[in-house]
Design a protein around this ligand. Structure first.
Ligand SMILES: Cc1cc2nc3c(=O)[nH]c(=O)nc-3n(C[C@H](O)[C@H](O)[C@H](O)COP(=O)(O)OP(=O)(O)OC[C@H]3O[C@@H](n4cnc5c(N)ncnc54)[C@H](O)[C@@H]3O)c2cc1C
Length: 508
């Protein structure tokens, strides 16, 4: 089976989805949905995976990009979640995705001499013990001088020492694409830019009929499926209402998280930082080209599609950062800001304090044969998918293998490297004009192998220009659009429209 998600694979998947009765239609191609499609396909079920936008176009490309147990959750006493997350961290680092997930050293600066070192040291010892495997180095105590050597920008006046420990970092959008490609490799029909828009009810054969809108052509078609898994993240209430007429059955707390990006030169340091802030923690994360600083954690009352960072979010993050560093960072240093929404399990006990809400997941039966999943973390996507498919299998009475995803290296990892659809040709190595960090082959691979359909898919989630380039020039946007247009047979007018659509999106 092909791992390509390119235009011809998408067309084939669309046809198959319309002609077969699927065992499972998965709605949403973020971390949870791609994981669910892979899990179900690997168990031998016939699976369709759709998303109203791009793979990881929702929350899953706007995370802090950490594959971590979460020290904060340990502090909250959620040992089971931390243990589970640490096991997943090791699995991703060693077996599933060593090409996308890499070790990341952290410093935790200390400001109180005795009790804080004892408290954090005990917590980190527990963290190491829960991880068990020893894939990453164990935590270490660092003196004040050692901490400053590793991170010269740390605020000297208040620093008494630091703890050093390891977690892992990923490219979240790339990981989702790798999972989606592996699902396709196992037989799932993967169709990004296809939205679930209605349910037509259950037929006499006991299968659901749902309406799906192809976002590229505007055509609507019907899909038949024995069961439906709504992995729609913060859109879960809307998606479930298509089956029940009410959003009340699936309740999520939408919590906004904002990150700012700073140039590498703005801060002098060679590790990541984790800074306890009372209700939450502040991460200062090195990327190959920049620093990412985040995140906020506030309830978002608005529509999920309209989430956006505000000046107050930036002020809040920089305020915390400036307390921890000697270097003064101002809003002028910020070169990019982005916001995402956490789809948290609604928890009456903590009221509006989203930082206190559990990061565990919950499966909800929306209607017979229709399940929704909310909550969870990127790090635990595989466990969420396993639990969801277990429930699908038992509810529907399918004969299926148990979950095997622990043993399935994702596409792109050293032991799963299928041939690319990109055929060697002249011009592949040509740099993108105005963005020489990338070459034409990157764009071609994004379209032919990785399911990018729109300019935004290539620029924002395959090349990740927002994270890596200081400035996205008009010239670069045009060059990428022209390479894409050549592959997707866009007319000159369509190419121009794609450019204008992208530019207005960036401005918005
Ligand atoms: C700021 C921030 C930082 C975070 N940092 C971390 C971290 O460092 N580590 C970690 O482990 N976790 C982190 N998380 C949590 C993690 O990112 C999320 O738990 C995870 O990405 C949620 O994935 P999902 O697939 O459930 O949702 P999404 O990624 O939002 O996917 C849902 C998908 O459903 C699609 N959809 C919705 N309605 C329809 C429809 N009608 N038809 C078709 N498709 C539809 C959407 O387009 C979307 O792509 C963070 C979250 C945030 C917001």
């Amino acid at each position: 089976m092909t791992s390509s998600l390119g235009p011809s694979a998408r067309a084939t998947a669309l046809l198959s989805m319309q002609s077969e009765v699927l065992d499972l239609l998965v709605v949403g191609a973020g971390a949870t949905g791609t994981g669910t499609a892979l899990d179900a396909a690997a168990r031998g079920l016939s699976v369709g995976l759709i998303d109203k936008g791009d793979i990881a176009g929702g929350t899953s490309s706007r995370s802090s990009q950490l594959v971590h147990g979460g020290l904060r959750y340990l502090q909250q006493g959620n040992v089971a979640l931390v243990r589970e997350s640490l096991r997943e961290r090791e699995l991703l680092l060693t077996t599933l995705a060593p090409h996308v997930v890499r070790p990341l050293p952290f410093l935790l600066p200390l400001r109180h001499r005795v009790w804080e070192r004892a408290y954090m040291g005990t917590g980190l010892m527990a963290y190491d013990l829960l991880a068990r495997s020893g894939v990453l180095p164990r935590h270490r105590h660092r003196s004040r001088d050692e901490a400053l050597e590793r991170f010269p920008s740390l605020r000297r006046k208040t620093l008494v020492g630091a703890m050093e420990f390891y977690d892992a970092q990923m490219d979240d959008a790339r990981l989702a694409v790798a999972i989606a490609r592996t699902a396709a490799q196992r037989g799932a029909h993967v169709v990004p830019h296809a939205a679930l828009v209605g349910s037509l009810g259950v037929g006499s054969d006991g299968c659901w009929r749902v309406s799906v809108l192809d976002g590229l052509t505007g055509e609507e078609f019907t899909v038949a499926a024995r069961s439906v898994a709504l992995c729609a993240g913060v859109w879960a209430p809307e998606a479930s209402a298509l089956f029940t007429g009410s959003q009340a059955g699936v309740s999520v707390m939408r919590s906004k998280g904002v990150h700012v990006r700073l140039p590498r030169t703005a801060i002098d340091g060679e590790t990541a930082l984790i800074i306890p802030t009372g209700p939450s923690v502040l991460f200062v994360l090195p990327t190959p080209t920049h620093w990412l600083v985040g995140t906020t954690d506030t309830a978002w009352p608005g529509r999920p599609d309209e989430v956006a960072p505000e000046a107050a979010d930036v002020r809040y993050l920089l305020g915390l950062l400036n307390k921890a560093l000697d270097t003064r960072i101002t809003p002028d240093d910020v070169t990019y800001v982005f916001a995402g929404l956490r789809p948290l399990v609604r928890d009456q006990a903590v009221g509006g304090n989203t930082a206190k809400v559990t990061r565990e997941h919950r499966i909800v039966r929306v209607a017979p044969g229709v399940l929704a999943i909310v909550g969870g973390k990127w790090t635990t996507y595989r466990v969420m998918a396993r639990d969801l498919v277990d429930t699908v299998v038992s509810d529907a009475g399918f004969t299926a293998m148990p979950c095997t995803t622990r043993e399935i290296p994702l596409v792109g990892s050293p032991s799963n490297n299928p041939p690319s659809s990109v055929i060697a040709g002249p011009g592949l190595g040509e740099p993108i004009l105005g963005a020489a960090r990338f070459i034409h082959a990157d764009v071609i691979r994004a379209v032919l192998d990785e399911g990018a359909c729109r300019l935004e898919d290539v620029l924002d989630r395959r090349l990740r220009v927002g994270l890596h380039l200081d400035e996205v020039t008009d010239v670069a946007v045009r060059d990428v659009a022209e390479v894409m247009g050549g592959l997707l047979s866009w007319s000159a007018a369509e190419t121009q429209a794609a450019i204008e659509e992208y530019v207005s999106l960036i401005r918005a």
